[in-house]
Design a protein around this ligand. Structure first.
Ligand code: NAD
Ligand code: ZN
Length: 372
């Protein structure tokens, strides 16, 4: 077992710790035992992840109390009201009381589902997250956002419900496919762009070790990402201000994700395109120098992101951008860069400029004169 480091998410009475280490999940009971008074655990996972790591966490929890396990269907398509009700039904049939603690073991989908089920059951019970994808470790498991997709809109129905602790074992990332791992790296790059130019430069210097999943480098990368997420969330838990900076790359990213749904574009892959687009928009609006989108593009390419997209009509992407925002009752907001490490929000961007950026994503050679 490696040494365990702890980071605090400071939210007054709802503060909690993220415990990070390599190959330590089976010994995580000590931290769970301190974070919750519960001795009745309901483990939520999916079959694939449970087969790999379920025993480790069950062992840790059994040292504290009784454990029941429920496996939900895998994947984003299962992040819906049917799965939510099935989980709540299973919790009721196991006779869980107010003092129970739900423990999630899985990627962002399991975390979001378990987070929401624990927010709703008996008006809220404890939850502890054990994230198993890079995306879930550096992003989804920290900050208390929970949701399901509803009526075709991503994350339309949800709640804020902070966990009691996050147990983060970077050894679990070894079994991720190359594509899942690289997809998570997009969110890591995001932290550099929005808050920490030195971290961005460190990523540029360590691409090979990151892609090799060198344990020490991965640990440092995950730790710094969680620190930044924790700082942002601690300053603005309910996204009334600066937390929106975490949406960098996500406005166009979400639109691309739904427009290219049939093609199977993953969240991080779409966000990578969205970040490059946001960098280009910032430069075209004279918010930053061309070096910013150039560095974003180059780093993402070196990390194996920004693979060519198949043709799709501009209007279809712009439509899904507006639909998503309309369904959520808002305008399309863009988080743009001032310089590496500093971003601000812009509430509207001309359609012609968005069109230019979309063409540029597919044909990087297009220059400014093509702005129609
Ligand atoms: N709540 C938040 O703040 C927040 C933030 C970002 C993303 N999200 C949500 O997270 C979801 C995406 O998360 P994701 O990318 O982790 O997807 P995911 O949960 O669907 O996991 C991707 C796949 O990886 C598998 N998997 C998980 N861990 C594994 C491991 N260690 N080894 C091998 N396979 C493993 C899963 O079974 C799944 O098939 C989206 O629904 C998104 O909305 C939430
Ligand atoms: Zn994201």
């Amino acid at each position: 077992m490696s040494s365990i480091e702890s980071l605090k998410v400071s939210l007054g009475k709802r503060s909690y710790s993220i415990h990070l280490g390599h190959h330590w999940l089976a010994d995580g009971g000590r931290h769970v035992g301190r974070a919750t008074t519960s001795r009745r655990f309901f483990l939520l996972s999916v079959a694939k992840v449970h087969a790999l790591y379920g025993r480790r966490i069950e062992k840790a929890l059994r040292g504290l109390g009784q454990v029941s396990t429920y496996l939900m269907p895998d994947g984003e398509r299962a992040k819906n009201e049917r799965t939510l009700l099935a989980i709540l039904r299973a919790m009721a049939s196991h006779g869980l009381q107010r003092d129970a603690c739900l423990v999630t073991l899985g990627g962002g989908v399991v975390g979001d589902m378990g987070g929401l089920a624990s927010a709703l059951y008996m008006r809220g019970i404890d939850v502890v997250h054990c994230p198993t994808t890079l995306l879930a470790q550096v992003d989804a498991s920290v900050g208390g956002k929970t949701a399901i997709d509803f009526e075709g809109v991503k994350n339309l129905v949800g709640a804020f419900h902070q966990p009691k602790a996050v147990l983060l074992d970077t050894a679990l990332l070894d079994s991720l496919t190359e594509r899942q791992y690289r997809s998570g790296l997009a969110e890591v790059v995001k932290y550099g762009v929005i808050r920490d130019a030195d971290f961005f430069a460190w990523l540029e210097d360590n691409v090979d070790a990151i892609l090799r999943r060198d344990p020490a480098i991965v640990a440092r990368m995950v730790r710094r990402s969680c620190e930044i997420k924790a700082e942002v969330v601690s300053a603005d838990e309910l996204e009334l201000g600066a937390r929106a900076h975490l949406n960098f790359g996500h406005t166009l990213g979400h639109a691309l994700e739904s427009a290219y749904d049939d093609w199977g574009l993953q969240h991080g892959e779409a966000v990578a395109y969205g970040m490059w687009a946001a960098g280009l928009l910032s430069w075209r609006l004279r918010w930053c120098r061309s070096e910013v989108p150039e560095r974003i593009e180059l780093l993402l390419r070196r990390l194996g992101l920004l693979r060519p997209l198949p043709p799709l009509s501009e209007s279809r992407i712009l439509r899904s951008l507006l639909l998503d925002k309309k369904a959520k009752g808002g305008e399309a907001q863009f988080v743009l860069t001032r310089k590496m490490g500093i971003v601000s929000i812009r509430s509207s961007v001309q359609k012609s400029l968005l069109g230019w950026v979309l063409r540029r994503l597919r044909h990087p050679k297009i220059d400014v004169s093509d702005l129609s």
